[in-house]
Design a protein. Structure first.
Lengths: 1154, 346
């Protein structure tokens, strides 16, 4: 969320376009949300057509025609009956499982039965069972929580009496009574509250995570009624259920009057009632039709780049598999052809079956069919060439990685008490390959905690505010009947302004007076009184949804204009100790067209005034310059000054309304606000009419502090070769000054500014900029050669208006060329949609990984568009978080997230993919080589069970453990040298070359593993099972030692997994060989009793791994990559440190780092 | 904001701060060995030092094995031609049960052979690992008379015409090798001990001591040897040896042991009953007399392989050592980091 104007939208954006694209946020990805962003809030106006009719206090009639959803909810997917079919159906959505299934089915055909039936189904059954149990358990928990929800009790009006009713039995049309701190059971229109003015406060934490209180109003028409005494009847026409939690349009016919209802009249399921002792509401949406349930959609799903690349290699593997199968089947065909005449008599073939009187071919279906069958059988035998288990292992590893990211206490933010959140589980490794970071400014780089800094009132700049010194701690306070009221937050005050604010009768004093009245009144802040430990002292807490407004109200309070009470009809402001009541006659909410809001007040002196505040661009259009041209001029200068300091500015204006003007306004306002069709447009028109020829009061400046650690984080990101783009809605000056303070821009950079209003001028300035860029780079090349100076860095600053002409036109290409030459790009005044457009531009053209980080609703489209979207769970609600893949509390956590976790995730996952491919291929190749010695009939020496257990028990665990735990470099090293992040950007750990190198290595290892025993036992009396056991154990030891060679950090868990797997293999092989009904009975014990067996095993392991070892050390030593050097550096420094420690003999206790 | 912080502190029920543990922070104590040049050279040299002696000793073991191999299949049939007619003649000779198939081979012992001398028959190009073949057996039937009818997996050799099960069923048993050998020196016969040639585990557990052959080999086509119907399967050791199907198409099977020494240059004659039909396809039969050592029979491969690997490792160790001396790279020198290299080049 950016710019003063946009944060308003949080509060009053019901009519603006924002919520509409929030609606689509979570599940559908980028494109859909953008489309809906185009098609503005059209859905809101269609109340009349197919509206929902709710008869107040008459559920029978309400549900007569259409049965509306009851209030019972069902988030569980399955029932006991549907569990099996539905769960299986869902599981088989994965291609991998279908492959498994087809193979298993093929194996059931008697002609193709390669494996025993049990052995072939087991892996699939195992995976299905595990997943089903997991799904079942999750569903059981959902059912249980549904049950608890459904059986909660609420007070419902039945026969003019409130009775307790279970939530699940509540129906649309019923009247419900809610007490303080209760959770709302369904979406209701407020009828009346304990507050006489009909105000209710709700907290929407469960819905959108915002913890501040929001005000909702009951209509005056219903507020006075007591349904237990008098029967209320009426009709509410409202929209169909939808997901927009910030929008609601309806009207209510009651007592013959028609009252309009808006989003401020509805309270939603899941919210809690606060600070209001009771509230009555009528159910309009229940159960699954409530907005909370409709918004209850899962996390987004993306596919990581590594996985996309991997899928390409999987296709190579499939081709390889087909080649192997073809070789076997063709050779088998040739063999059959050569021995065509011998087949009948060969003892080991015996083509004919003589057991029946009619002699027939036994299990022989003709030459062609035999080849075909052998082909299918070889697919079955070599099936694990496609590493299906890899997909499962990857999921497990990602869960492990997510666990560590969530549990990292360096990504925990104490202030907001929030951890890192992993919402998308399948793009962990993308974090290690980011090339572009697109960041929002407000709330992302800055804290979004606004502090009033200074003001320009009547053309005079008051910026002498000093931080309150210790003795002035109290600030402004108010004494009423022995009670002291004090604003919760203190604001630094300008003494001159403070003294002016106490003068009532000078001209300047009046100006200041009006200015602060405007600040205190023109907002939607609700003052709440908070008890403190001192009974005489009460704090006033200003609750509101816009931090800017809060800051302004606190500022007004500090100068003696304390907002004390707000109801829907009036506000009370304590002005220098004197309580004044103002009637709030109308409020024109903020919208993104006008970029301002206004309030019409009836003052104690019976005059009517309109106060307006808003963004400078739109305010100066409605300010009458002829009234006070000097002041306007001076204010403009001050605004420029403020924004160049990085402050957020607002302009305030006012106008006295004459009685006729007021009446004219009032009638059109009434009409507009009860209109059913196009209410928003009508209201906007009314606002345009009243917000004219204002006299300027002044301007305010608010500081939004940079978040802790942002400059350092940005510097590290830039050092790591990541390009940081800041996309903000702020003014250019503000953006540039924030750019400097966050070290995004440095004085050494050459700035190229593109500010244009037409396509032609855009094209021209882009061309100029490109030329300049080229000149600068060649210049600097020249100077660099001479003096060794650093490369000139270029910063591009571009504004939203120019982008309008550039995006989606042929100028995109030029912008891309230009921006790829720039180290920093700053886009100001950009709309949410443009943010997404910029991200898409870079993502599609640069083919690099992009990351978008933001905190507000206007960042949602950008977050969804980028490869990795990160939401800042900060001040501005949860929309960004809901749309994001990862969420965290502070921008600076990006550094550990990318450099440490991203790097680790990437390294681990890349290695794991390569290793899994190798692991499966080496086994398949051993099977393949043996097939060449069985006249191509695919007999396996390795038992069926070992084939099945190979990827389940023999080798599964170590790769997962290493994938979760191994660290190539320590956290400190990674943070110290951000450049190490480049390995991921350059895809050094997983690429086509590495894949093929791995395949060559695999080929050699399989040859060593197969042919050493083959030649050592050639012509001996060894039997098939014994040799099979030798091969099994040889391959398992080989792949585990191979893994062990690549492990960087040995934890005890790693030891346990790797050596444990080898031991487990021995045990399994023994167990298989003590089953007397298998042909290989006792084979292992026979062969393991010979020295030749052990000599083979030892020889295989060394011979197979020596090439890898040698290549590895030669690369490490003569062509070391950065990671290798950094690893050595770690080691060298560690040993130096430990030596130092020994010398010092320092017994300082090393406290555990917390 | 200080007072506000206090309030929110007291309000928030519990901190979500992750519980610190070395595991969750990924700070478990770990050993992180790196390959220093010293370590690498030591490893390579020690592989060489271990491998070469093992290789030499297995070579010498293989040298010490004395082996007599005699191919007799073509010599023990009347016609040796390669044409169709000769082949047919050979086939009719071997398939006719009434022809006299006795055949005498005279062999010379090249070196002194210490007992035990193992007598093997060797079949070449005989696919005992053919899929059709290895699957055609019923391990349950062999173990217990209860499962006598359990012959489904034995096709096409499961039952005789009137659906009586064959015991032992299956192609493997049906094709039992049935050549016999009698060995004698000039002076006296050399007894061949045929006891305990099968695995003890097969005799005790895999084949039943109360399972007797039934309907075996009494219907055409006859695949191989017959069994003594009065002996249980567990005592038919030739069958047990045969049923341990070989891993490879060229294989030996133990026929018996000679418990006396044979002197060098001693002439022995072997009386062979050449019953087994390997003439229907190009398979070969050989008789093997061999002593044994720890690496089994005569096989130079393992020794050569070990010596080669050991030699290569030694060579690599020296090569690495030399390059290390000529072009050393200090470990962990930050100057070698790519970004430092780049700026140094500029």
């Amino acid at each position: 969320m950016d710019s003063n104007s946009n944060s308003y939208s949080q509060l009053q954006n019901e009519n603006s376009s924002l919520p509409d694209f929030i609606r689509n946020s979570s599940s559908q990805r980028s494109t859909s949300s953008i489309q809906s962003f185009h098609s503005k809030a059209s859905g809101g106006h269609s109340v009349k057509e197919d509206a929902r009719l709710v008869y107040i206090n008459d559920p029978e009639k309400t549900n007569e025609k259409f049965e509306f959803a009851k209030n019972s909810i069902r988030t569980g997917k399955y029932s006991i009956l549907t569990f099996l079919p539905r769960n299986l159906f869902e599981q088989f959505h994965r291609v991998a499982y279908i492959y498994f299934l087809v193979i298993a089915i093929l194996n059931q055909l008697p002609q193709l039965a390669v494996f025993g039936r049990g052995a072939s189904i087991m892996p699939l059954a195992f995976v299905l069972l595990v997943t089903a149990v997991k799904d079942g358990y999750e569903d059981y928990r959902r059912h249980r929580s549904d049950n608890i929800e459904n059986n909660r009790l609420a007070w419902v009006l039945v026969n003019d009496q409130f009775q307790q009713k279970k939530w699940k039995d509540m129906r649309v049309g019923e009247i419900v009574k809610i007490s303080a701190n209760e959770t709302l059971p369904c979406d209701m229109v407020l009828l009346s509250t304990s507050d006489t003015t009909g105000v209710a406060y709700i907290q929407t934490t469960n819905l959108d995570g915002e913890s501040n209180l929001k005000t909702r109003y009951a209509k005056q028409e219903t507020q006075m009624k007591n349904p237990e005494k008098e029967k209320i009847s009426g009709l509410i026409k409202c929209e169909k259920p939808n997901r927009n939690i910030y929008g609601f349009q309806a009207n209510m016919e009651i007592d013959g009057k028609r009252v309009s209802l808006g989003p401020s009249n509805i309270i939603l399921r899941g919210c809690e009632l606060k600070n209001t002792s009771w509230a009555l509401g009528i159910v309009v949406y229940a159960g699954g039709e409530t907005k909370a349930m409709l918004n209850n959609s899962g996390a987004p799903s993306k596919r990581s780049r590594l996985e996309t690349h991997m899928n390409r290699e999987i296709i190579y593997l499939s081709i390889f598999l087909v080649v192997l199968c073809t070789i076997v089947s063709v050779c088998h065909g040739a063999w059959l052809r050569r021995h065509k005449d011998d087949l009948v008599l060969m003892q080991f073939y015996r083509k004919k079956d003589y057991s029946e009187p009619k002699v027939d071919d036994y299990n022989y279906y003709g030459w062609g069919m035999e080849i075909f069958f052998v082909f299918l059988m070889s697919v079955i035998v070599f099936q694990i060439m496609i590493p299906i288990s890899l997909y499962i292992s990857m999921e497990l590893v990602r869960v492990g990685q997510a666990y560590f990211m969530i549990r990292d206490d360096r990504m925990y933010d104490k202030a907001s008490n929030s951890r890192f959140q992993c919402r998308a589980l399948n793009i962990n490794e993308d974090l290690g390959q980011i090339k572009y970071v697109f960041s929002d400014k407000t709330g992302t780089l800055t804290e979004n905690k606004m502090e009033f800094q200074c003001a320009s009132i009547g053309g005079v700049d008051y910026s002498g505010g000093k931080a309150i010194s210790e003795d002035e701690q109290t600030g402004y306070s108010l004494r009423v009947e022995g009670q002291v009221f004090r604003p919760k937050m203190k604001v630094k005050v300008d003494p001159e302004l403070l003294s002016l604010s106490k003068q009532k009768h000078t001209d300047e004093g009046r100006h200041v007076h009006d200015f602060f009245i405007a600040l205190a009144a023109c907002n939607t802040i609700v003052p709440l009184t908070v008890e403190t430990s001192d009974p005489a002292l009460k704090l006033i807490d200003y609750q509101g949804e816009s931090p800017d407004e809060q800051a302004l109200v606190y500022a007004a309070a500090a100068y003696g204009f304390m907002l004390i009470e707000r109801t829907s009809g009036h506000i009370v402001i304590d002005i220098q100790g004197e309580r004044q009541r103002y009637n709030v006659l109308g409020l024109h909410e903020f919208d993104s067209d006008r970029k301002r809001m206004s309030v019409i007040l009836g003052c104690p002196d019976n005059t009517f005034k309109v106060f307006v505040k808003g963004a400078d661009t739109t305010m100066f259009n409605v300010i009458d310059r002829s009234l006070n041209s000097n002041t306007v001029k001076a204010t403009e200068d001050h605004l420029h000054l403020y924004s160049s300091k990085g402050l957020r500015t607002l302009v305030v204006g006012m106008r006295d309304l004459s009685a006729s003007e007021f009446e004219q306004w009032q009638s059109s306002y009434e009409r507009a606000s009860t209109a059913l069709m196009g209410r928003a447009a009508l209201l906007r028109k009314v606002a345009y009419n009243v917000e004219t020829s204002l006299s300027i009061l002044g301007a305010s400046a608010i500081e939004d502090k940079l978040q802790q650690g942002v400059p350092e984080a940005i510097e590290s990101l830039r050092n790591a070769g990541i390009k940081v783009w800041v996309l903000t809605g702020d003014k250019q000056e503000t953006a540039i000054s924030i750019g400097y303070s966050s070290k995004l821009l440095t004085s050494k950079m050459t700035q190229i500014v593109v500010n244009n209003n037409s396509k032609e001028s855009c094209k021209k300035s882009l061309d100029d900029a490109l030329v300049m860029c080229k000149k600068l780079t060649t210049d600097s090349d020249a100077t660099r050669r001479g003096s060794g100076a650093r490369k000139t860095e270029i910063a591009l600053i571009i504004d939203g208006t120019s982008l309008v002409h550039i995006l989606d036109t042929e100028l995109e290409e030029q912008l891309f060329n230009l921006s790829s030459k720039c180290t920093v790009v700053l886009c100001c005044r950009v709309a949410p949609l443009q943010k997404a457009g910029i991200v898409a531009l870079m993502k599609n053209r640069a083919n690099e990984m992009t990351l978008a980080i933001g905190d507000g609703a206007n960042d949602v489209s950008m977050i969804q568009m980028a490869d990795v979207g990160i939401g800042i769970s900060g001040q501005e609600g949860r929309q960004a978080v809901m749309a994001s893949d990862f969420a965290m509390a502070q921008f600076r956590f990006l550094v550990p997230l990318l450099f440490v976790h991203g790097h680790w995730n990437y390294q681990r996952m890349s290695y794991m993919i390569l290793y899994n491919v190798y692991r499966n291929a080496v086994f398949v190749l051993v099977l393949f080589w043996y097939a060449l010695f069985t006249s191509f009939t695919l007999t396996t020496a390795i038992t069926d069970w070992s084939s099945v257990l190979y990827s389940v028990i023999y080798t599964a665990l170590p790769t997962i453990v290493v994938g979760v735990l191994d660290k190539d470099l320590s956290r400190t090293t990674l943070l110290r040298y951000p450049q190490l992040y480049g390995t991921g950007q350059r895809q050094e750990s997983y690429n086509g070359k590495l894949f093929w190198v791995t395949i060559m290595d695999t080929l050699w290892q399989s040859i060593a593993a197969f042919f050493v025993p083959l030649l050592a036992y050639w012509g001996s009396d060894v039997d098939r099972s014994s040799l099979g056991d030798l091969w099994t154990i040889a391959v398992v030891i080989l792949v585990n030692i191979h893994l062990a060679m690549d492990v960087v950090r040995w934890y005890w868990i790693t030891h346990a997994a790797i050596w444990g797997s080898i031991v487990a293999t021995f045990i399994c092989v023994m167990v298989i060989d003590v089953l007397p009904f298998l042909p290989g009975y006792w084979a292992f014990f026979h062969i393991a009793g010979t020295k030749l067996f052990w000599a083979c095993l030892f020889g295989i392991t060394i011979a197979a791994l020596v090439p890898r070892f040698v290549v590895k050390i030669f690369i490490q030593y003569f062509r070391p990559d950065d990671i290798q050097i950094a690893r050595e550096l770690e080691k060298v420094e560690n040993s130096r440190e430990s030596r130092d420690a020994e010398i010092e003999m320092n017994p300082i206790f090393d406290p555990p780092r917390r | 904001m200080s007072s506000g912080d206090e309030i929110s502190q007291t309000i928030s029920k519990k901190s979500k701060k992750p519980q610190y543990s070395r595991f969750t922070q990924q700070e478990l104590p770990a050993c992180k060995p790196i390959l220093t040049p010293g370590l690498v050279i030591t490893t390579l040299i020690s592989i060489g030092i271990i491998f070469i002696p093992i290789g030499l000793s297995s070579l010498s073991a293989s040298e010490n094995v004395v082996e007599i191999v005699d191919r007799y299949d073509d010599a023990c049939v009347p016609s040796t031609g390669n044409d169709e007619a000769a082949k047919r003649e050979r086939l009719s000779f071997i398939q006719n049960a009434k022809t006299n198939k006795t055949c005498i081979r005279n062999l010379v012992v090249p070196k002194k052979m210490k007992h035990p001398i193992y007598v093997y028959y060797q079949l070449d190009n005989f696919y005992q690992n053919h899929r059709r073949y290895v699957k055609s057996r019923s391990d349950r039937q062999y173990r217990s008379p209860k499962y006598e009818g359990d012959t489904k997996t034995c096709d096409p050799e499961s039952e005789i015409d009137d659906h009586k099960p064959i015991v032992p069923c299956g192609l493997i048993a049906w094709s039992l090798f049935n050549d016999t050998y009698g060995i004698s020196t000039k002076s006296n016969p050399v007894p061949i001990n045929k006891k305990d040639i099968a695995w003890g585990s097969d005799k005790s557990s895999k084949f039943g001591s109360n399972v007797y052959p039934k309907n075996f080999q009494n219907q055409d086509p006859i695949g191989g040897g017959k069994l003594n119907e009065s002996l249980p399967l567990s005592e038919q050791e030739d069958l047990l040896v045969w049923m341990r199907t070989a891993a490879l198409p060229n294989f030996r099977k133990l026929y018996g042991r000679i418990e006396t020494d044979l002197e060098a240059n001693e002439k022995i004659s072997v009386v062979i009953q050449n019953n087994y039909n390997t003439y229907s396809f190009d398979s070969r039969k050989q008789l093997v007399l061999s002593t044994t050592t720890w690496i089994g029979g005569k096989n130079d491969f393992l020794g050569k392989a070990y010596i080669t690997v050991g030699g290569i490792c030694l060579f690599l160790a020296i090569a690495f050592l030399l390059t290390y001396v000529i072009k050393p790279r200090p470990l962990g020198d930050p100057a070698y980091l790519s970004w430092n290299l780049n700026s140094a080049e500029l």
